[in-house]
Write a protein that binds this ligand. Structure first.
Ligand code: AMP
Length: 115
């Protein structure tokens, strides 16, 4: 049984968050500690702790997260200039919240991928 995180409470709207999009499969909200002018997290409503836990059954929701990210980038008017999508997995990547989340970062020049 996977352990729920604070993100499950955000999905259920039990704690405040700046939710920019939600449907039956995913929720997207602004990161509480933004690293760029636009910093939004896109998460599956289903709890998947890390990328290592993703299965073939999750392909649909994982693909949907990317399509939603692109739509949000358009809404944020960062699609033409560009943006970056990141999913951190486990310790070396610095994953802090064990509920898969895709970071959508943009609104400034983001530099090289790894600094
Ligand atoms: P990661 O290091 O990939 O696990 O990223 C976790 C992200 O979640 C960080 O960028 C945090 O700032 C963000 N975060 C943690 N708690 C909240 C929250 N309650 N609302 C919004 N973002 C959060």
């Amino acid at each position: 049984m996977s352990q729920e995180t604070i993100f499950s409470k955000i999905i259920r709207r039990e704690i405040p968050a700046d939710i920019v999009f939600q449907d039956e499969r995913v929720t997207a909200f602004r990161d509480i500690s933004p690293q760029a002018p636009t910093h939004i997290l896109i998460i599956p409503n289903k709890l998947i702790p890390t990328m290592n836990d993703a299965t073939v059954e999750d392909e649909n929701v994982l693909g949907h997260m990317m399509v939603v990210a692109a739509q949000i980038a358009k809404n944020e008017q960062i699609d033409e200039r560009g943006y970056r999508l990141i999913i951190n997995c486990n310790r070396d990547a610095g994953q802090e919240v064990f509920h898969i989340h895709m970071h959508l970062l943009g609104g400034k020049s983001l530099g090289k991928l790894i600094s």
